[in-house]
Write a protein that binds this ligand. Sequence first.
Ligand code: SAH
Length: 230
Amino acid sequence: MKLLVLIGLIIAVETHQFLVQDEQSLRNDMVRQQLEARGINHDATLDAMRKVQRHLFVPPQYRAQAYADSPLSIGHGQTISQPYIVAYMTQLLDLKPNHRVLEIGTGSGYQAAVLAEMVNEVYTIEIVKELGQQAEKLLDSLGYANVTVIIGDGYKGLETKAPFDAIVVTAAPDEIPPPLIKQLKDGGKMVIPVGPPAAVQTLILMEKQNGKVVETKLTPVRFVPFTRSQ
Ligand code: SAH
C-alpha cells in the first residue's frame, strides 16, 4: 500500500514537471531533435521555428502534442504540417528579410507566422473561410502585422501584389497552377507538393532563372488536396 502511494506520488511529481517544462524548452527540443538532427541548418529558419508558439496554432485538445513530430488536425478536414516539413519547405525558399512571400493554404496560420518572422511581407490565401478568419485573428493577436490573410481560391495567386520572391503551397494540386508560375519573380523559388489527392505526392522546388522554369523533384510527401472554388 505504502509502495503504491509512493509510486503515485512519483508519477504525480513527474507529470507536474512535464507540465511546467515551459513551451520554450519544448520548442528548443523540437528544433534540436526533429530539425537539426535531420539536416535543417538554415539559421533564420531554425530561429523562427524556435520562436513561433506552435501550441497556439493547434486546437486546444491537441495542445499537449503541439511539439510532437507529426501533423495535427485543425478541423474542416485540414491539418497543420509536421514541424520538420514546415522547416524543410521554409529552408528551401532561401528567404531574405526584404522578401515578399505568398503562401497558398493558410490553415492554422502557423507556416505564415514562421515566414513572418523571416521576411517583410507575407500574403497568405485560404479557401475555407472559417479557417482563414480564425488564423487572421490569431496572427493579429500575436502582433504579426506583416501578414495579410486573404479568403479565396489560391489557384489564381495574388496578381495585385505580384511578383513574389518566394511562393509556398501547402495543399497539393495535380499540377503547378500556371498563375503561380507567372507571379514568381525571376530568381525566385516556389515549393509545392504536386500529385493526386489522397495519395503520395512529390515535393517540388521550382526556380525561375532568366525567365526559364527549372523543376527539381525532392521527396515524397502527403498533403491535403488543393481544392477549387466553384
Ligand atoms: N500552412 C498551413 C497548413 C494548412 S493545410 C498551416 O501552417 O497550418 C492546407 C490548407 O490549404 C487547408 O487549410 C486548405 O483549406 C487550404 N487550401 C486547399 N486548397 C486551397 C486553395 N485552392 N486556395 C487556398 N487554400 C487552399
